[in-house]
Ligand binder design. Structure first.
Ligand code: PLP
Length: 399
């Protein structure tokens, strides 16, 4: 039986066109993009073309794109780079400064904020409501003298929920605070325009949009105070320090171009497939709830709570039926702690453990949905039959 991959928020398969575009840059055009000779110039031209392609995806200028080693580095760089560059009250790089972020950010933001906290920065983690949406009024309320940065993600990786980033961007601007948004999950799936979002910094990652792993970008609006992380050469106009990953960047550029060219058609196709999968599950399987906001979310993501089902057991059972899905963020897989995102929307430990994320990508088809639906009700029924609590509930409803 063929395998079905419904874990595209963890990573996506490389598009064949991307693979083809990258190929010459391993063996033939292997130059260092900073070298003066022919090899270097070939590499430099390829990197600059990729920068244009990535910039176009988010309607930015090419000279505002800083390439990174992925979303994690982009998020870390945004938080540290802005917090440390902002003028402080004293000569200490962080003391007296304040950052506003949310309780459902990716760990690349959350843990960077926590390290900054240990260094003397005060951080406000604004909560979210039951559907996983940040209230812009909470963000505005948190701003105070000394607030140097607001960092709120565009789309949540576990729920797919979209945040009111435009409104938060307007608030940040009105208060003169730098605004960063993590668009790792939204870019290439829905329209992302740095002007419309009012973002001063925006994080991207190639492997979430059918590009290669270990490559990403941070958009830094011209004029934003930002301190580079690495200390070395003059790559990326002094804002990043490393020899460019030329094949990776070429792949990122091609993936960004493809995503932009097919954005609307992919979004509507993925939305249709996701809705078909979700509707059939809700129809055929009892006691299933949608986590997050059903109206404001990425087209290809659904996070469903199967009451009385152990999520990890579900993922393994589905894998044995050739369907790959997940209990949430890939970087938290295997962790015994419930997801911080599901806890933030008010789910109990048991409810969080019963939650499954299905995330679709460009290469999913109706056949994939058919195969998933052919296995899923049976898997849920079998796992529930092993649950003593489900037995008691079923007995209760028969009384
Ligand atoms: N931000 C979000 C919202 C993500 O989903 C991820 C990856 O899962 C990251 C950041 C980290 O990106 P990368 O895997 O490229 O380091």
């Amino acid at each position: 039986m063929r395998r079905v991959y419904l874990d595209n928020n963890a990573t996506t398969p490389l598009a064949p066109e991307v693979f083809k575009a990258m190929s010459p840059y391993w063996l033939e055009d292997f130059g260092n993009a900073s070298s003066t000779h022919w090899y270097g110039q070939r590499a430099r031209a390829a990197v600059e073309e990729a920068r244009e392609q990535v910039a176009k995806l988010i309607n930015a200028r090419a000279d505002e794109i800083v390439f990174t080693s992925g979303g994690t580095e982009g998020d870390n760089a945004a938080l540290f780079g802005v917090a440390e560059a902002a003028p402080g009250r004293d000569r200490d790089a962080t003391h007296g400064k304040h950052i506003v972020t949310s309780s459902i950010e990716h760990h690349a933001v959350l843990n960077a904020a926590k390290v900054l906290e240990q260094r003397g920065v005060t951080v406000t983690f604004v909560p979210v409501g039951a559907t996983g949406v940040v209230d812009p009024a909470d963000v505005e309320y948190a701003i105070r003298p000394g607030t140097v940065l607001i960092s709120i993600m565009h789309a949540n990786n576990e729920l797919g929920t979209l945040q009111p980033v435009e409104e938060i961007g307007r608030i940040a601007r009105a208060h003169g605070v730098v605004f960063h948004t993590d668009a790792v999950q939204s870019a290439g799936k829905i329209r992302v325009d740095v002007g419309e979002l009012g973002a001063d910094l925006l994080t991207l990652s190639a492997h979430k949009l059918h590009g290669p792993k270990g490559v990403g970008a941070l958009y830094v609006r011209k004029g934003t105070r930002f301190r580079t992380l690495g200390y070395a050469g003059h790559h990326e106009r002094y804002r990043s320090a490393r020899t460019e990953n030329v094949p990776g960047l070429v792949g990122f550029g091609k993936a960004a171009e493809l995503a932009r060219e097919h954005l609307d058609e992919n979004a509507s196709r993925l939305g249709r497939l996701r809705d078909r999968l979700e509707a059939a599950i809700l129809n055929e399987v009892p006691s299933v709830k949608i986590n997050g906001d059903p109206a404001r979310r990425l087209p290809g993501t659904t996070n469903l709570r199967f009451e009385f089902v152990d999520g990890e057991a579900f993922v393994i059972a589905m894998d044995l039926r050739q369907v790959a899905c997940s209990t949430g963020a890939a970087c938290s897989s295997g962790s015994l702690e419930p997801s911080h995102v599901l806890a933030a929307i008010g789910l109990s430990r048991d409810q969080a453990r019963a939650s499954i994320r299905f995330s679709l990508g460009t290469f999913n088809t109706d056949e994939d949905i058919d195969q998933t639906l052919a296995a899923l009700p049976d898997v849920v029924e079998r796992l529930r039959s092993l649950s003593a609590r489900y037995d008691q509930q079923a007995a209760g409803s028969r009384l």
